[in-house]
Design a protein around this ligand. Structure first.
Ligand code: DGL
Length: 249
């Protein structure tokens, strides 16, 4: 069996896990740190410490390789984790750039504060092709999604603010550069005043992974018990899974 460790600050990576588990049978061990979410407004030192706590926990499961299903962790400390654990870490952020490069035109990277402040998307994509990468810090979207706010005026107003540059400039491609955002992909599409190409890196990543296993075993560990979390996981997952609340790391 292939043991795949996959993690995020909370629920966002569950959408990545779902795309993966639908296509590739394996032993999945997912950790979502919804007790300490959001990571996107935290310092580099804090994000690195939290990511290390997560990997230390997952190391108990004889993991063959990891998938960092969190852009914030990917851009903040992927090199540190690769060096510390001497294992393969596939990152959603590097996969997202690969996916984005397949399309023509300019881009809007919609992401957390930490991801935008790193300028990973802007620097990497503009370094590889002639285009402009606009950046939008969607400060409170993760909190709304974690709280189960998937509709309504508060969410619409936030999305409108973060997409204002896209609507103004009719930017061809919108990169969902935070794994929480595909959960509200339809809302994002609805708030755009033109037809943009919305890039969901989770689908691209899942199509790149290949496993030979005959059986799917999907374990989801969340650090904080909540009904909203259970309900959202249930809504996102299209394959069987076992959910455990571990009460912190
Ligand atoms: N889902 C995470 C990402 O892809 C971040 C959410 C957070 O701020 O914790 O960046």
């Amino acid at each position: 069996m292939t043991n795949i460790g996959i993690f995020d600050s909370g629920l966002g990576g569950v959408a990545v896990l779902n795309e993966l588990a639908k296509r590739n049978k394996a032993n999945y061990f997912y950790l979502g740190d919804n007790l300490r979410v959001p990571y996107g407004n935290r310092s580099k030192a804090e994000i690195t410490k939290f990511a290390t706590d997560i990997v230390d926990f997952l190391e108990n499961y004889d993991i063959d390789y990891y998938i960092i299903a969190c852009n914030t962790i990917s851009v903040t400390c992927k090199d540190y984790l690769r060096e510390k654990y001497a294992k393969k870490f596939i990152t959603i952020a590097e996969m997202a750039v690969e996916a984005a490069l397949g399309f023509e035109g300019d881009y809007l990277a919609l992401a957390t504060k930490a991801t935008i402040d790193s300028h990973f998307y802007k620097n990497t994509i503009e370094g590889k092709k002639s285009c402009h990468v606009y950046e939008s810090k969607a400060i409170d979207l993760v909190n709304l999604i974690e709280a189960g706010v998937l509709d309504g005026k508060t969410l619409n107003d936030s999305i409108d603010e973060y997409l204002s540059i896209a609507n103004e400039k009719q930017i061809a491609n919108i990169i969902l550069a935070c794994t929480h955002y595909p959960i509200i992909k339809d809302k994002i599409r609805e708030r755009l005043s033109y037809k943009a190409n919305i890039i969901d890196p989770a689908v691209y990543l899942a199509e790149k992974i290949r496993t030979d296993d005959m059986e799917n075993v999907v374990n989801i560990f969340m650090t904080k018990e909540s009904q909203e979390t259970s309900d959202l996981i249930n809504k996102i997952m299209e394959v069987d899974y076992k959910l455990s609340f571990i009460g912190g790391l």
